[in-house]
Design a protein around this ligand. Structure first.
Ligand SMILES: *[C@@H]1O[C@H](CO)[C@@H](O)[C@H](O)[C@H]1NC(C)=O
Ligand SMILES: *[C@@H]1O[C@H](CO)[C@@H](O)[C@H](O)[C@H]1NC(C)=O
Length: 990
């Protein structure tokens, strides 16, 4: 029996699709190999299904095409014109029939699952239409979203109020609070200062018809009355209604309550009743990956659920209702409603102006939202044996870091985080601490970049996310390629042209290089999802509501300059079981932070400071930077004194140090706490470090931000370094480094945006000989110990690790040449003559151009408004007439989009877009050799030239951009731009 069970689970593991609910870095998953990562470890596309009425066969083809390109599957998002927010159901569509959860949806969902199964892929699935924030439901369902609306009126000077209370009828009365108003100002909104101690709730005195009689004390100030009503908001994540509503599908889809488990249950019950039967559940268990919810864009007056007053009372021991006037401002969606925080802001005449009440309110929102997330996660885990992913918390007024640990695969995004590495560090710290195996990212949405986003821009965003601690990309996004209502070529364009990108085979790069970037991403994910991430420094960060613009919190450069990695933790995370100190490190089995830094612009909670005291006692160095931190207000700020005392006590404790701002790195150095990967460079390098005890291989991922730079890495390890090449999937020996017992020092020269991945292994074979210096003339090195040496002005030499000096034959090597005389055959990809034909890829025709130098298509006559493929050809005579050569490298200029290289018709391995170079030797023959570089363009320059003809759901690009207040974005540079250099070399056996 035991054996049978073991064997069965072993067999399960061998199947590509089988997931389980272990979300920790220790989980056993089918990983594939570095060369060819498994589907689960590959990036996915966010796929926009226009509605369930489209052609299921085309959907299946699209999914399989994503798989052939190198994606692991799609995140199958039923879009419905952004949940109806960008316009109603287009003429001809029927969203009662084709809505979320209908029979039509059910067949479409099955078709999508089948396509994944047939192609060996895995699928993510939003739990509702559009962003997954709710499901079709009976409008009376109390698990739907609630709102709390405030109304207010001032009380006459005699303190007497008699009559109907303000807003009566708006919903169920929650509180009727009177308060004495000390001051009133009015700029963008009415700001009132209320007198502490005068806030009184009279709700119990209100009659069944909504009237009340109050006699408040008279003073020189007036009183004001605030009434609060709760009601089901009936906000929809699919704005659609067909009257009379005969089924729940005639109402579109309602947003559910995000502050109770009850809200989550509305969603899960809907799935059990309408989606899982009829074969979906079984298939989903086979090829499903993540149940998922997008960033929270739900709207309200005040974030609310009816149980908040009682959960508040039990958490904080005082009454929420009487302080509601203090929390009624800026507690809705602080991102999407940032310009509508509320009509009235009330402050208290106390030192913290009532901030403690706001913080406490947000504290119960955190708890409520946690129950919601935990219920969804529990359900996806137990019902489907799959995992839950969500863009946790941000946009709503809560400390994002508190709840990130409570889904299996927390997700952030490049758009809202603005590619900010510091922003990512705010997201990933608590996930790393909690041991999450996957931290996902919605990658590549850029406003006003539709059909224009280049792959090098995408690569930049990916690399910044990776060094911010993210390790999975979901590309935004993939288009349905068939016909849709009111839609011309080039087909269905989600978000009405506002956001990049629309990936499909209509993009010239789809079959000509985009796959190289997908493989790059897959291989980086393979490594970044191995072992455990180690982070040098934890930075304390407690906020009541995470700023959705993610400003940089640690603004000094000292840590980055020295190479320290860091991420942020909320004191709420200190309650996690992983947050313990051992051997002087925090979370020794996870990030193993060497130090906790507290900056003066952060605020300590009482429990936070107690944890920190405990950590310092247990041996964790704690550094206070820039002065004493502030106090995180709670209630009426009564903990202030105790927190201040605790900070003073902390400062006197062993292992606790105070430094001025920007001096953390110097202090760490003085404490001999060096960065795992110390950097010294004239540019900016970011790194990550992961240790994989299963394979014994550790690795450093190094990203050179923006500008080319040189320098050295100094890594604390006793293992031997080698290179992982994520572009080709190969592992290569590293030629130049020095090694001592505990450190490896590597000189590096990196192009802007370039990454280099260095593996470290005990296995000496992986590297052959190495040298302690790398002369500039050495342009390559292989596993056989051969160095490729190019010409140089003076003789160079190389010192091997065994001390042997090798003189390099640089002077007799043929010199390098810049290739010229290019013939460019431009394959123009244009709209079909019938522009309403949305499913045709393109009609194509060629033009030929002789180029003296390689310039942008914008500067080539006849190509300024063109998109498509450039076939750049020139000829190389081999061997060179002067000097000797055993082979040659080709160095290309940085590639904006993608490029593929062919010699005499043979395709060479993928190029690193940022520093493209290739060894041509095995492809060169004697005589004339044809060299071709195929360079796709973005679709923009052509689309731009016919913008007035292009429509999606009856909206044209130029009308949309005009309406949105933007002009049509400029034409962009395309093609191969810069010098292509042939560099001959001689092989030297080391
Ligand atoms: C505010 O009023 C409450 C209730 O009367 C009182 O307990 C508290 O001490 C006051 N706070 C301040 C800062 O005066
Ligand atoms: C991606 O890598 C896999 C595994 O090496 C390979 O089979 C596939 O052809 C590559 N894709 C592209 C587009 O080169």
């Amino acid at each position: 029996m035991w054996l049978a069970v073991k064997l069965f689970s072993f067999l399960l593991l061998l199947q590509p699709g089988i997931a389980d609910t272990n979300d920790q870095t220790s989980a056993t998953v089918n990983r594939g190999s570095f060369q060819n990562p498994s589907a689960r470890l590959r990036p996915r596309f966010r796929y926009w299904l226009p509605d369930s009425g489209v052609d299921a066969e085309i959907v299946q083809q699209n999914i399989k095409a994503a798989g052939s390109l190198g994606a692991g599957g799609v995140e199958f998002l039923p879009f419905y014109n952004y949940g109806g927010q960008l316009g109603p159901a287009p003429a001809g569509s029927n969203w009662s029939r084709d809505g979320f959860g209908t029979e039509a949806f059910h067949s479409m969902f099955l078709a999508a699952l089948h396509a994944h199964k047939e192609a060996g892929l895995v699928m993510d699935f939003p739990l509702g239409p559009n962003q997954g924030q709710g499901v079709p439901a009976d409008p009376s369902n109390e698990g739907l979203q609630w709102d709390l609306e405030p109304f207010s009126v001032s009380i006459p000077g005699d303190g007497h109020f008699d009559g109907e209370i303000p807003g009566w009828g708006a919903g169920e009365l929650v509180a009727l609070v009177s308060a004495e108003v000390l001051r009133s100002t009015n700029s963008s909104h009415l700001q009132l200062t209320l007198k502490n101690g005068t806030l009184t709730d009279w709700a119990s005195k209100v009659s069944s018809t909504g009237s009340v009689s109050l006699d408040l004390p008279t003073s020189q100030n007036t009183y004001r009355l605030f009434a609060f009503y709760q009601f089901l908001s009936h906000n929809k994540n699919l704005q659609y209604s067909s009257t009379p509503a005969k089924t729940i599908f005639d109402n579109g889809s309602y947003v559910v309550d995000h502050f109770t488990a009850r809200g989550a249950k509305v969603t899960t019950k809907f799935w059990e009743e309408y989606i899982l039967p009829g074969g979906v559940k079984e298939l989903l268990m086979e090829v499903g990956n993540y149940g998922w919810e997008d960033s929270i864009e739900i709207l309200s007056n005040i974030s609310w659920t009816p149980s908040l007053p009682s959960t508040f009372q039990s958490k904080y021991g005082y009454d929420l209702k009487s302080v509601l006037p203090i929390i009624m401002f800026s507690n809705n969606n602080i991102n999407t409603q940032s310009t509508q925080p509320g009509a009235i802001e009330c402050l208290l005449n106390t030192p913290d102006h009532g901030l403690g009440y706001i913080n406490d309110f947000r504290g119960v929102l955190v708890d409520g939202y946690r129950s919601y997330l935990e219920e969804l996660t529990r359900w996806v885990n137990s019902e489907l044996n799959l995992q839950m992913s969500a863009q946790v918390s941000y946009n709503l007024p809560m400390d994002m870091e508190s709840n990130i640990p409570f889904v299996n695969a927390p997700e952030c995004e490049s758009l809202q985080f603005k590619d900010s590495i510091d922003g990512y560090r705010q997201f990933t710290g608590s996930a790393h601490l909690a041991g999450k195996r996957v931290i996902s990212n919605e990658m590549g949405a850029v406003m006003m970049k539709v059909y224009q986003l280049t792959h090098s821009e995408l690569l930049y965003s990916i690399n910044r996310a990776i060094v911010g601690g993210v390790n999975q990309m979901v590309f935004h996004g993939q288009s349905y390629t068939g016909e849709y209502y009111g839609t011309t070529w080039p087909g269905y364009t989600a978000f009405l042209y506002l956001f990049s990108e629309m990936y499909s085979d209509k993009q010239p790069s789809w079959d000509h290089g985009f796959g190289d970037l997908l493989n790059y991403t897959a291989r980086v994910q393979y490594l970044q999802q191995s072992g455990v991430p180690r982070t040098d420094v934890a930075i304390y960060n407690k906020v009541s509501g995470t700023d959705p613009n993610f400003p940089t919190l640690y603004t000094a450069n000292d840590l980055i300059d020295a190479g320290y990695t860091y991420s942020y933790l909320s004191p709420d995370n200190f309650a996690l079981p992983e947050a313990n100190v051992h051997d002087g490190t925090l979370a020794p089995n996870g990030p193993a932070y060497k130090v906790l830094v507290i900056t003066s612009n952060s605020n300590l909670t009482l429990s936070g400071v107690h944890y920190i005291q405990k950590y310092a006692h247990a041996g964790l160095p704690v550094i206070l930077s820039g002065g004493d931190p502030g106090v995180y207000a709670s209630n009426d700020d009564r903990d202030k004194t105790s927190i201040r005392k605790a900070i003073q006590a902390l400062k006197k404790s062993a292992n606790v140090y105070s430094v001025s701002a920007g001096q953390v790195s110097a202090k760490l150095h003085a404490l001999s706490l060096r960065p795992q990967v110390a950097t010294q460079t004239n540019g900016t390098w970011y790194t990550t470090w992961r240790e994989d005890s299963q394979t014994g291989i550790d690795h450093a991922f190094v990203f050179c931000d923006v500008n080319a730079s040189t320098g050295t890495l100094d890594i604390s390890t006793h293992k031997t370094p080698f290179l992982f090449d994520p572009w080709t999937g190969s592992k290569e020996p590293l030629l130049g480094y020095t090694q001592s017992k505990s450190r490896v020092t590597i000189p590096l020269s990196l192009a802007g945006n370039q990454t280099i991945i260095i593996g470290f292994s005990e296995d000496e074979d992986i590297s052959t000989k190495h040298a302690t210096n790398t002369p500039s003339s050495v342009i390559g090195y292989d596993t056989q110990g051969n160095a490729a040496v190019s010409a140089s002005k003076s003789q160079q030499s190389l010192v091997l690790s065994n001390g042997k000096k090798v003189m390099l034959p640089s002077s007799k090597v043929a010199s390098s040449i810049v290739l010229s005389n290019w013939t460019l055959t431009a394959e123009h990809w244009e709209a079909p003559s019938n522009i309403s034909d949305a499913s045709t890829i393109a009609t194509k025709h060629n033009t030929t151009h002789q180029l003296v130098s390689l310039v942008s298509w914008r500067q080539i006559e006849g190509l300024t408004n063109s998109s498509g493929l450039g076939y750049y050809t020139t000829h190389i005579t081999w061997p060179p007439v002067k000097g000797s050569a055993d082979g040659a490298y080709l160095f290309l200029p940085p590639i904006t989009h993608t490029a593929r290289l062919y010699v005499n018709g043979h395709q060479l391995p993928p190029l690193d877009l940022t520093a493209p170079q290739a060894d041509l030797s095995t492809y060169l023959k004697k005589g004339s050799n044809a060299l071709t570089v195929i360079v796709p363009t973005t679709m923009w320059n052509y689309i731009r030239s016919i913008a007035d003809e292009i429509e999606t759901v009856n909206v044209s690009i130029d009308s949309l951009m005009a309406a949105a207040g933007y002009g049509l974005p400029q034409a962009t540079d395309n093609g191969l731009i810069g010098d292509v250099k042939l560099v001959p070399y001689i092989t030297v056996k080391l």
